[in-house]
Design a protein. Sequence first.
Lengths: 323, 323, 260, 260
Amino acid sequence: MSTQSLVTPYRKLREDTLARDRGLREKVMSLEEAAKLVSDGDHVALGGCHLSRTPYAMIWALIRARKQNLTVSRSIASSESDLLLASGVSRHVVTSWFSQGLIWGVSKVMRHYTENKLAVFEEWSHMSMGLRYRAGAMGIPFMPSRTMLGSGVGERLGDGLKTMTCPFTGEELALLPALNPDVALIHVQRCDAYGNAQLDGLQFMDLDIAMAAKRVILTTERIISNEQIRRTPDQTRIPFFTVDAVVEVQIGCAPHECYGVYEPFFSHLDEYAHMTTEDAVKGAQDYLARYYYEPKSWADYLSKLGMDAVLDACRRGRSVHND
Amino acid sequence: MSTQSLVTPYRKLREDTLARDRGLREKVMSLEEAAKLVSDGDHVALGGCHLSRTPYAMIWALIRARKQNLTVSRSIASSESDLLLASGVSRHVVTSWFSQGLIWGVSKVMRHYTENKLAVFEEWSHMSMGLRYRAGAMGIPFMPSRTMLGSGVGERLGDGLKTMTCPFTGEELALLPALNPDVALIHVQRCDAYGNAQLDGLQFMDLDIAMAAKRVILTTERIISNEQIRRTPDQTRIPFFTVDAVVEVQIGCAPHECYGVYEPFFSHLDEYAHMTTEDAVKGAQDYLARYYYEPKSWADYLSKLGMDAVLDACRRGRSVHND
Amino acid sequence: MTKHQSGGTTYTASELLCVMAARLLKDGQTVFAGIGVPLLAATLAQHQFAPHLTILFEGGTIGPRIVPGELPPSTNEQRCTRYANMVLPITDVLLLLQRGYVDIGFMGGAQIDRFGNLNSSFIGDADNPKTRLPGTGGGNDISSLTNMIVAMKHEKRRFVPDVDFITSPGWIRGRRSRAEAGLPEGGLWRVVTDLALMGFDEETREMKVLALQHGVTREQVQDNTGFKLLFDRKVETVEPPRKEELATLRRLDPDRRFTA
Amino acid sequence: MTKHQSGGTTYTASELLCVMAARLLKDGQTVFAGIGVPLLAATLAQHQFAPHLTILFEGGTIGPRIVPGELPPSTNEQRCTRYANMVLPITDVLLLLQRGYVDIGFMGGAQIDRFGNLNSSFIGDADNPKTRLPGTGGGNDISSLTNMIVAMKHEKRRFVPDVDFITSPGWIRGRRSRAEAGLPEGGLWRVVTDLALMGFDEETREMKVLALQHGVTREQVQDNTGFKLLFDRKVETVEPPRKEELATLRRLDPDRRFTA
């Protein structure tokens, strides 16, 4: 692994940030418009984790827009990263764990692309992923930590991981390079037109990712008024000036879950697993054709998942509030 | 400044933490009982900032218990630290700013004790205070940062501040030593009997302080049930296992403010400033006698502040909710 | 699916693992639990004898209550947060391990070696793997920072002299090599399998059998292990799963999602 | 209290500072403001011409609205959070400066030198000070990390050749010394006083007068400064405070808490 441009130099980071329009302004747009904010070759960080708050609608839009050569990072990668590989949008996934989910066995799509060297699965420990985003969010070039030492995971990163002796204690430390993604895709329960976002429940690494990234695209179950945000400012988790696009898209994580709104679409995920078990490539292509390239709109995509499935996922999702 | 034991060695930190009873257990006690958890010579971190959420009731109890030789740290120190010096409880305040407040001019008590070398005011930048607590909270021995370089503030810390060249970018960085206080005193709006605390509004450095400290004493406006906490776990800011004592004490920050409950007692703070203007030492002693040593209880102390003052502060305090 | 039996009670290997692992926990402890057997075992302990045991999940949950029949698909979904004391970001829940608030890390394992190193990354050579496995997740962090229990099936292909790849470090190359690698705290404490309960020699850090599952012999354990095991001076046989333990487990996982 | 006057309008030095400083801000900017004149000036700019200017406060507030007549006693109390877009921990709001989200840091000053270094720690020798001042607060962080405006009274004892102690670094010893000290970004951009508006020479980083307040001469400015000032090739005289500006200010601070 090359350290070349692994960490954005501070002057570059500051210049990039200064160049952004950080004023309080409306930035509501469509999925298709937001997709234009992602350039081929970008490092795209995905919010959420595993089956939770995956920014699926935006990923769907990027795949439909035929983006190329994206590097994708996430705390834990699931079927969305399978599809980013299978669609040719990405050939490089940076994460701590990559498979659809324990209950479906090891992802055949991930295995096909990585074992045949068609794609890179760059593995960091889970905390290291989080600390890399956090260092990026804080504007420091690395974060000291105490894991990955003595392991193959650390060793395999080569110069991507440095070590040092603490000048205060003499202890051996790992130094994790800051990660400032070009773009972050984050799905939230609600935000205003400026991008002030309030997230319920599990936050994952989203706050750090938003602060670290050079551009942020928010998809949201609902756009609320700025006055509503200002009533409970201590509930805002992502400030507007980090955000470049706001897209309102209901059930925007389907077939994954959005805390308090819907649980995962388990039957659909079973279907995906089943389709990709025999022939991972053909299965994934068939899946993409049916659910990604054919639908006219996100609503059309949801209708292919089925009204029963949507209602069931939503009924289960609300259980955290009223059980 | 000596680096000796500036940073707690990792093995010691782990041993100390392991030795704590971290199980889910009730820990409700009185101010007097909680004061026994503070030993002479301890480093005591104070939650809140300036006139906000100052753990005044607990400080009041420590002064009444005639503690000695405490080192006190806080993001911004105000009249509470004046009184810790004047009472003889502390001779060492670690903070970024120390005075009663801009509107009262420079604190005469702080000036008397520091200019006459009766006490040390150890000055760090505000962000550095926060990052020192944060490093302590994260279990790392230092945090890299980009301030205090080229300044007298940094220079005066001697070996307390180290610098290094970043192995990823070649940039010059300051390394801030982790701060793991012996005890943290934190006042919250509500918590349960186990110490799960929910804080409204400004959080200051309290979350990091709680996580960094070796013991935590929470004072709270109100103890609520654990079931109530479990209804909105995403509102919990301090987890029970960091907490060693829970003391219910209403208006527990008086004469300072508690977000959403009461604003500062401005007239009383004017009185304190007035008492300490002419003769800082005698003024502070008179103040301590009247408000610290004479009252029989916290309610008695509040009654000396006056019912009118309490009602007025509470009326103003609630304005964030209903204006 | 192997069926085990004792005194008229039938149970699966996974159920056996859950019960035995649960018994290793103590009331008042803080346990960082992975999905599957660890989650079930920790919950079983809470229901049986450790009401004040606190479970942490990697997704960012402190002290939830698992709702019987609504087991989460991983430790990162909303089902993990039911009746929790606190929900916090992933990085911060993992940092609790580094800060030292956690007593026990508790994971499953795919491949383990004589020094307790775990592999969940590559079968075969990492550059040309036979199988790319899902990777570390929080495994490397948990095993680097705290005392670990691993629960896994006892098979020769899983118990190898040296793992193909150290995903989650145990005692590395034994003796003081773990501390020398920069990991002064934690280490692999117990390995629970369907055949035995194992620890590690205090000096050499080699795997050592401490107790045998009911009806299992030393030879069986050794025959299913790819390296030479140490045996404690006093190897006991553990009590088989009790009816109440199995009943609780089956109430928690009625669909046998993790105990089949 | 000095009274200033222009065309029948009377105003205080603090009011003059607020008005002049406000005019330096631009709509859409993010301004990290201290208590007193900075807070008032930023709010004045919002009311006059910069409705989308975002104010940050050190206590942990993003984009509040200041309620006229309810000015906070510092930037750390609940009055700072009224109608805010977000409230966050102190360390995190200060880290926004380090990450680069802030356009302008805006503070008052007790003592300044020709290179724009500020002292709010010690008058006299730091080891045996004549006066121990309250210290840096966020001043050192703000001045180390972003472009700064300082608003202060213009007095000879405050404008000294070299500050007794560098609490908040400006251009340190001039030329490239700031970057060489490890501060590649930011620096002191403007000093606003009741006599003049000053910047710093691009090469030497010495203080340079850019404009004079209404009715003030070059000699007056130099006479009230403890070191030799540079003067820009084109020194202008700024327009005195307009009635609307003063009226807005007085509505914001009717008790003249910060504008007396």
